[in-house]
Design a protein around this ligand. Structure first.
Ligand code: 9WN
Length: 401
């Protein structure tokens, strides 16, 4: 099994390779997405470490002057994906950011033997990308990270955005034609028309507003956790490579902000917070348990682990929404399905069982974008880059154990 999985993963990465970056899937996503590319770099490290470094460099090459790493770079504009540059008001990229997986990947590449001098040259740009998130994605000064669009944290139509989105006028966006629903086998695996209209209203407002976050901001425990993991990876890299950095201090402040503002002792998990309505969102998503990845000094560690092992238990990996919740939809993306990148992240606390079940799932169903957590059916796009890349890392971690 291991050899054929490995060969299939390698051939998917090679097919999705566009020279300096890897597209998530030839069929549905023909551009470069920042967090996808971070995961791809980890996979490339098992094939060609120089190519892995190139992947990180191509993410950093898209950086704006204000430090933001855009969530999409349009190297070759094509009508095969919507929304393209015209909607974003920027010729080469989108204008929102993404979880800083590029930093987590940089540390992994360092561990896997990449040239330290090359990694060192990335650190100022990585630091700037974190400073952007820490200052421009914290409108209330809470020392937590908010997202200005559901696409920014990569978990697009996660139910946490349902309430904040109710206030967004779906008619405000200029007319458009979406492409995604024509490309999957069943349109119910994608967001509804009204959701998509609201996404586009937000894109329209954001580009008109000089790309600055306004009160449409959702504080997010998943995004905050990802930034903390990235800050701590940067702090370790900076120390190792002899580069000054404030990343460790920023991570401490974020840990405190996350515990103070988003932890709920009553629920036993972290909440979202809509800065416009000033209301907390109590959605039971795997993202609401992501602070479990930060270790025992965050509140709720034992309760969150227990909840992951019981409420979130499913035959095929970790569902993104708790199956008992009314928000749960096992086939609609980010509203219930299992994702390999989430399994990969959570395997650091759930251990070998999740590694093994994730590998078995991909072996059984293929390298899909996401999976039905009860049947294991592959959903969304096939031959998906981060599924392939992270399978390579999971195989290596299994072999090491
Ligand atoms: C919008 C590329 C991206 C991922 C996201 C996933 C999906 C885009 C879309 O695909 O989002 O950015 O068109 O639905 O939700 O996590 O980065 O794989």
């Amino acid at each position: 099994m291991t050899d054929s999985l490995k060969h299939r993963a390698i051939s998917i990465l090679k097919n999705n390779d566009r020279g300096s970056h890897t597209i998530p899937s030839g069929h549905l996503y023909p551009h470069q997405w920042a967090w996808d590319s971070g995961f791809a770099a980890i996979g490339w490290a098992y094939i060609d470490i120089q190519r892995a470094c190139l992947e990180i460099e191509s993410i950093l090459d898209g950086q704006w002057e204000d430090g933001r790493i855009p969530h999409i770079q349009f190297h070759n504009p094509t009508p095969e994906y919507f929304p393209g540059p015209a909607s974003w008001g920027h010729e080469k990229s989108s204008s929102i950011s993404n979880p800083p997986v590029w930093t987590i990947a940089a540390e992994r590449l360092h561990q896997l033997g990449a040239d330290p001098a090359r990694i060192k040259s990335w650190l100022p740009r990585i630091e700037a990308s974190h400073l952007f998130l820490g200052t421009q994605r914290d409108p209330l000064g809470w020392k937590c990270i908010a997202t200005c669009h559901p696409w920014e944290n990569g978990q697009d139509n996660c139910p946490a955005w349902d309430a904040p989105m109710e206030a967004i006028d779906p008619e405000e966006a200029p007319p458009f034609q979406r492409v995604d629903t024509k490309k999957v086998k069943d349109a119910s695996q994608r967001p509804t028309e009204i959701q998509y209209n609201r996404y586009m209203t937000l894109v329209h407002r954001f580009t008109k507003n000089g790309f600055q976050i306004d009160t449409t901001a959702d504080y997010d425990p998943f995004f905050t956790t990802m930034v903390i993991l990235a800050e701590e990876a940067l702090a370790r890299l900076a120390k190792d490579l002899g580069v000054p950095s404030q990343a460790g201090e920023r991570a401490k402040e974020l840990r405190a902000g996350l515990a103070e503002h988003l932890w709920s002792d009553e629920l036993g998990r972290y909440r979202y917070y809509d800065a416009r309505s000033k209301r907390y969102g109590e959605n039971a998503t795997s993202g609401s348990l992501a602070p479990v990845l930060l270790g025992a000094d965050m509140p709720g560690q034992a309760r969150m682990l227990e909840s992951l092992r019981t409420d979130f238990s499913a035959p095929f990996g970790l569902p993104t929404v708790v199956p008992q919740s009314p928000d749960f939809d096992p086939v609609c993306y980010w509203r219930g399905p299992t994702w390999v990148n989430m399994n990969w992240l959570f395997s650091s606390v759930l251990g070998q069982d999740l590694v093994d079940s994730t590998l078995a799932l991909v072996e059984k169903s293929g390298f899909w974008e996401y999976f039905h957590p009860h049947t294991g059916e592959g959903l969304g796009a096939d031959d998906f880059t981060w599924t392939a890349a992270l399978v390579l890392d999971l195989l290596a971690s299994r072999d090491a154990n």
